[in-house]
Design a binder for this molecule. Structure first.
Ligand SMILES: Nc1ncnc2c1ncn2[C@@H]1O[C@H](COP(=O)(O)OP(=O)(O)OP(=O)(O)O)[C@@H](O)[C@H]1O
Length: 258
């Protein structure tokens, strides 16, 4: 079940009260509706990763609240919220166990959340995984006993995407998850991302440095600068936005800061 994500007045400082103090998030507010797919732009150091870390609970904000659905998760430990938040990173090596097979990795991801009920045991069997893997169209359903570390980057990101979504998370965070792939593999993983996110209506935030991806995928684009949301595009305004205009805005912000 997808949930609403709400960040209320989030501030996060590093090395507070020192000469090196850095305000990474500055009274940031963001509400993402259930099932909404939001692309996130922002130059290096604008606060994107810090925002994700605050959502994941690997960092706690100095001020502000984080809500997932109707739950205040601001102080919830990261491993507890990990059950409800799927995450994918740029590095295809992150988030999977390389020495376990595709099947074992999927079983881990799936049963991590499911209660050990008859229903769960029934669903996690090989035929279910085979069926899910076949939806990727990469032939991985015939390689279920292959160690996941032996797959190509693109195959591995596709498998990771399945792992991140197989337990039906309330929220999916994608942190430049295609940036390390060659263009062909990146396109394939993006097409899969769109399919999985739209079919399952998962609330999703995707960080990207690719202006085309930012406008092509999802239904909303936000831009961070100095820890704040400085642009929030939806509807007609987004439809009429071009990558050229977006790049101008983007480099305008980065230039002013820098
Ligand atoms: N652990 C830390 N200690 C000190 N400063 C930090 C730490 N983490 C982040 N920062 C600073 O906070 C600011 C925001 O960093 P953040 O990593 O969130 O940016 P980003 O938008 O994800 O950048 P990138 O695109 O390079 O990943 C930067 O100025 C960064 O140097």
């Amino acid at each position: 079940m997808s949930s609403q994500l709400k960040l209320v007045d989030i501030t996060k400082k590093f090395e507070a009260n020192t000469v090196n103090e850095k305000v990474a998030l500055d009274h940031l507010n963001l509400t993402v509706e259930p099932g909404q797919f939001v692309t996130v732009l922002g130059s290096n150091g604008s606060g994107k990763s810090t925002m994700f870390n605050v959502i994941l609970g690997s960092l706690f904000p100095d001020e502000g609240k984080v809500y997932l659905g109707d739950k205040d998760i601001t102080k919830l430990k990261d491993y507890k919220r990990a059950l409800n938040i799927g995450c994918l990173y740029q590095n295809p090596l992150r988030g999977t166990a390389p020495n376990l097979t595709i099947e074992e990795n999927l079983a881990l991801a799936y049963t991590r959340k499911a209660s050990p009920s008859f229903f769960a045991l029934n669903k996690k069997d090989s035929s279910y995984f085979r069926e899910v893997l076949s939806t990727l169209g990469m032939g991985l359903e015939d390689r279920m006993k292959t160690k996941i570390g032996l797959l190509s980057g693109g195959q591995r990101q596709a498998a990771s995407l399945l792992m991140a979504t197989i337990a039906e998370p309330e929220l999916l965070l994608l942190d430049e998850h295609t940036a390390a792939l060659d263009p062909g593999a990146a396109e394939k993983v993006m097409a899969l991302t769109k399919k999985i996110v739209e079919e399952n209506k998962i609330t999703t935030l995707m960080i990207t440095h690719d202006m085309e991806y930012a406008l092509e995928y999802g239904s909303r684009t936000i831009m961070l600068d100095s820890g704040k949301i400085v642009m929030d595009l939806t509807g007609k305004e987004r439809e009429e936005m071009t990558t050229g205009k977006l790049a101008e805005l983007f480099y305008g912000k980065a230039h002013k800061r820098g």
